[in-house]
Design a protein around this ligand. Structure first.
Ligand code: UD1
Length: 426
């Protein structure tokens, strides 16, 4: 088992570069399936999930290469060479490792007329249904059933339609978008997700020849086309990684320039940091976040974009745990997302959970202890909390963190943190 040993007591200072968003790059790789030939995607983070998506695409018959950038925080280049007739099956061993594998469903049904993708099952942050992916594809004319743990979808040619999502699901919006671009006629997706990653995939699909109107709004209108062409495209910067560095700077009373952070993608989190007492400045090619005093506790409510991102909720709880006063953190997106709080409490945090609310009473210092990273973002939140402990905090199971944060230890060390990766027997 790999662990991080985090020694508390240092402030994060300096500059850190943010590469492309994991949550976009994985979908851009899936979108490559929509055109035969070589699609090139830049600023792809060097993380395990990218290797898993590469394997998903290889098993579908694609050639996939990844070229590292060589600099910490630098994004690599993925080239996906898609055959005329991709295979259509994605197995449980890959979907189990990475739920985002299901984003090949939409492009495969649209391009090949059929797809067989393993059902992901539950994970550490809640039940995460697929009902909106399925009912949307059915509205587009696909027949879908489940057998032996697989979702099996078939459709001769998808037909444009109107789809109203019950909730602006990121994954469902992406899957339906990737299906609708090759459907016959016009598709309107209402109550669509508005995340910057949705805008990113719309931009790439448009460059491939798709006709999409309304990217970044709640209504996407897609005119289906007969075929798309491969492109070269660069991934949007990762707002969650950028937000993690920004919150880390405030918690440790540091001063950090986050290069390539897009302020508009972090409007609500940055506003919360200002309310906590931080100085937030837009600088050339990024943002600067600095903090002198102990932060003030601020309430946070997670919501789909442009609301506060659920992926930064563990960092918000960690921030409140070392701030003055009491903060109420409300989680509205994933029901199981407070599970990591038990680990934070092991570090001496004063947090009480009541349903989807966490009441956090801040403490000046936390107390070092071994803790377990339960998912990517929880792991990052625990590392930030570790920076505020009175000794050496061991964060275990950090393979989760490696899934979302390229060069995490190197970049934190570059900001002055005392952190090292160690191997422990299981
Ligand atoms: C993506 C991100 C994840 C982020 C989340 C919300 C990736 C790989 N992951 O996840 O990091 O936290 O967006 O910003 O991009 N739901 C249903 N039925 C469905 C689809 C979703 O009930 O058919 C529910 C989910 O259980 C969840 C909520 O809707 O409670 C939001 O899920 P969704 O926006 O789809 O998140 P993901 O795309 O899975």
């Amino acid at each position: 088992m790999q662990c991080f040993e985090v020694t508390g007591g240092t402030a994060l200072t300096g500059r850190v570069r943010v590469t492309g968003a994991k949550n976009s790059a994985l979908k851009l790789m899936a979108a490559a399936l929509l055109a035969s030939g070589r699609t090139t995607i830049d600023e792809v983070p060097d993380i395990l999930d990218v290797a898993i998506m590469s394997e998903v695409l290889r098993r579908l018959g694609c050639g996939v290469t990844y070229e590292r950038s060589g600099q910490p925080g630098g994004g690599g280049r993925v080239v996906v060479d898609v055959p005329e007739q991709p295979a259509t099956e994605t197995d449980y061993d890959l979907v189990r490792k990475m739920r985002a594998s299901i984003s090949v469903l939409g492009p495969l049904v649209a391009r090949c007329g059929s797809a067989k993708v393993a059902l992901p099952g539950g994970d550490a942050i809640g039940s995460r249904g697929l009902d909106m992916h399925i009912s949307g594809l059915e509205r587009l004319g696909a027949s879908i059933h489940s057998e032996h743990g697989f979702l099996v979808a078939t459709a001769p040619r998808l037909q444009g339609t109107s789809i109203w999502l019950d909730f602006p699901s990121v994954g469902a919006t992406e899957n339906l978008l990737m299906a609708a671009v090759l459907a016959e006629g016009t598709t309107v997706i209402d109550n669509a997700a508005r995340e910057p990653e949705i805008v990113d995939i719309c931009s790439m699909l448009t460059a491939m020849g798709a006709r999409i109107d309304g990217a970044g709004s709640s209504t996407l209108t897609i005119e289906g086309v007969d075929a798309l062409r491969p492109v070269t495209y660069s991934t949007v910067p990762d707002r969650i990684v950028a937000g993690t560095w920004a919150i880390g700077a405030v918690m440790t009373r540091g001063d950090v320039v986050v290069e390539r952070a897009v302020p508009d993608h972090l409007a609500v989190p940055l506003d919360k940091l200002v309310s906590a007492g931080a100085t937030v400045e837009v600088v050339e090619n990024g943002i600067r976040v600095a903090m002198e005093e102990r932060p003030r506790g601020v309430d946070v409510v997670t919501l789909p974009f442009p609301g506060f991102p659920t992926d930064l909720q563990p960092m918000a709880v960690a921030l409140a745990a070392v701030s003055t006063g009491t903060a109420l953190i409300t989680e509205n997106v994933f029901e199981g997302r407070f599970m990591f709080v038990n680990e934070l409490v092991r570090l001496g945090a004063d947090v009480r959970i009541d349903g989807h609310h966490a009441v956090v009473r801040g403490r000046e210092r936390l107390s070092s202890a071994p803790v377990l990273a339960t998912d990517i973002r929880a792991g990052a939140g625990l590392v930030l909390a570790g920076l505020l402990t009175d000794g050496v905090t061991e964060v275990q199971d950090v393979h989760h963190v490696d899934r979302g944060y390229p060069d995490f230890v190197e970049l934190l060390t570059g900001l002055g943190a005392e952190i090292r990766r160690v191997e422990r027997p299981d």
